[in-house]
Design a protein around this ligand. Structure first.
Ligand SMILES: N[C@@H](CCC(=O)N[C@@H](CS)C(=O)NCC(=O)O)C(=O)O
Length: 284
């Protein structure tokens, strides 16, 4: 009996050692992006750069908007410096390649969380920062008010977006034969719309509104009363790197929680004295 017990113990120990080695090997092989970012001392953040309110770069090279704020928050969490960020403007098609190839550490670029991007494209989506929906912009004097009014007309759209796919589905569903003009970049798409090459411009509603203000005679354009999809937008990292994903995910949650609790960079010192236990715990 004693012999069997010893043998069993020895076997368990051996298995434990083998598993232990395998685990060690795995961690040694796979370095987290967190290490790379920390040793670089700077965050490479992929943004759009052309959408006021989300990510917009002005003439002096200064970035602003809610997507930019998420990049800044991650840099602040890691380096105590919101300016330790290198921004890269990425169009809709190149964004996932740039992230997968390591050109950027994360995306904070009006990107919709979808099942295929989360699974087959190999992305990891952080908390939703903006609940958007797809809209359609037309000229006020065009008399186009529903998707059916697009019969025989054309719509401008950007390639590599959820927008492009939804447009095809919605037009088919409405039984409408409309032409789609697809562009690689946003600027030529909006320019084509402004020149009247297409009667409609479709995108996430937030950016249609932001972009409308950059059109000549902005008030000649309206958003139709239609929501073609749900577009939950949020930050993105690559799959299978939970150490790095955790940083982006919990920094974003911290922003949401701080806003809910009324904590800002201006009042944080004062808030530390709060008698609300949630606030005190949140501030460590
Ligand atoms: N949220 C959608 C659309 C995002 C997107 O890239 N939209 C294009 C226009 S349809 C864009 O942002 N263009 C840049 C711009 O308007 O400056 C997605 O993730 O596919």
């Amino acid at each position: 009996m004693g012999r069997w017990k010893n043998l069993l113990l020895a076997t368990l120990l051996a298995v434990g050692t083998v598993m232990g080695c395998a685990e060690t090997d795995n961690t040694q092989q796979k370095q987290s992006r967190l290490d790379a970012v920390q040793s670089r001392g700077k965050l490479n953040c992929g943004v759009d750069g052309g959408i006021p309110g989300f990510s917009f770069v002005d003439e002096s090279g200064k970035y602003s908007g809610i997507d930019v704020d998420v990049c800044k928050a991650v840099a602040a969490a890691l380096f105590d410096d919101p300016d330790a960020v290198e921004y890269r403007n990425l169009d809709s098609t190149e964004r996932f390649t740039a992230l997968n190839g390591g050109e950027v550490d994360m995306l904070s670029r009006n990107t919709t969380w979808t099942i295929s991007r989360d699974t087959s494209v190999g992305m990891e989506f952080g908390p939703t920062t903006f609940y958007d929906g797809q809209g359609m912009m037309v000229r006020k004097n065009s008399r186009i008010r529903t998707l059916k009014d697009f019969a025989g007309k054309s719509v401008c759209v950007e390639a590599g977006t959820t927008t492009e796919l939804n447009l095809t589905d919605k037009m088919r569903q409405a039984g409408v034969n409309a032409e789609t003009l697809t562009f690689q970049k946003a600027d030529p798409a909006y320019a084509a719309y402004a020149e009247g090459r297409c009667e409609g411009m479709t995108s996430d509603k937030s950016q249609l509104i932001a972009r409308r203000n950059t059109l000549p005679n902005a008030n000649e354009h309206i958003l139709m009363d239609v929501t073609m999809s749900k577009e939950p937008l949020g930050p993105v990292t690559v799959n299978n790197d939970s150490a790095w994903f955790d940083v982006v995910k919990w920094t974003t949650y911290a922003l949401i929680e701080a806003e809910e609790l009324g904590i800002t960079s201006a009042n944080v010192e004062q808030m530390k004295q709060s008698d609300n236990p949630t606030i005190r715990r949140f501030l460590g």
